[in-house]
Design a protein around this ligand. Sequence first.
Ligand SMILES: *Cc1c(COP(=O)(O)O)cnc(C)c1O
Length: 389
Amino acid sequence: MDRINNAKFIPYGRQWIDEDDINAVIEVLKGDYLTTGPKIREFEEKLAQYTGAKYAVAISNGTAALHAACFATGIKEGDEVITTPITFAASANCVLYMGAKPVFADINPETYNIDPDEIRSKITERTKAIIPVHFTGQPCDMDEIQKIAQEYNLTIIEDGAHALGAEYNGRKIGSIGDMTTFSFHPVKNITTGEGGAITTNNDELYKKLVLFRTHGITRDKDILLKDKGPWYYEQQHLGYNYRITDIQAALGISQLDKLERFLAVRRDYVRKYNEAFSAVEEVETPYQLENTNSAWHLYIIKLKLERLNCGRRQLFEEFIERGIGVNVHYIPVYYHPYYRQLGYNKGLCPRAEELYESIITLPLFPKMEKEDVEYVISNVKEVIQNHAI
Ligand SMILES: *Cc1c(COP(=O)(O)O)cnc(C)c1O
């Protein structure tokens, strides 16, 4: 565990890199390909196999994954895409990248995930896609969301940044919607430093994702409009350089081998947290739907502010003083000045706004030690008891 100024400080999340990971990276550094090499395909095949999807496309980060998925969907100016406000800004920014409009649908107050009824109420003839976010790692109500998508002919892009390893009705997240995006930032369930991926079962979408990752350029004989010779390639779309490196892919392959172990530790710590905090009258522990098995990227407690003599901020600051790296996930996306300036206003999603006022994210990551979990539990309880009415 990190010690800052010799005092205990437990961050809310961090990576776990071991000797296998380091050796996997060193091997690539000594080899022929630092990028566009065989490790990328190997990582993609492993991810596809793990999630149960037909294809995986590894990409430079989770935000690029969302951008690529919006491109493959064909989102354009004038289109609307429905997502949740309780997410990282990237889930909505990707819609703005395409010149389209993010439309925020309110959450279910129990699961904190996007509410299918709220999605229905936001559909117009301009709606092209839905971006459900499996917030904290708990899958959204995909049966209902799929029904809506079928009824209105919408594409589903799942933001699975929190949900690698999560299951819905016994199926891994990544094989359900039209596309699912993942992030391998160091706080996520596995890491490649920066990195991301999109999984899909759809051949057409797959081809577009691959093109988008490399400038919109192809050398694939099946796709080329002409064949002028062995040097010939074509730029068919306006893509980006969103490639991941073989260095990162090698780390991803090595990390993926440990994912089940990482998930088991996360779930074990969550059981400890739930057991401890369900006895505390002033907090609500996270509610889980029966047909879901969360990947537990985040553990969030909801404060019953009416039972406390202070606000969330006071508790937050006292937790930090005690070396507990708490956080708040998330500020509703449309609260940000950039979105305000686009015309989004407070009051749009009242349940999301209410949730935001009372949540705190506690540290949860597999490299956390059992004593750290105990430390968080006893200190969080003590601080809350000190402020209980
Ligand atoms: C982390 C995250 C992203 C973005 O992933 P990056 O790899 O950081 O670009 C997108 N959506 C959600 C919900 C995330 O948590």
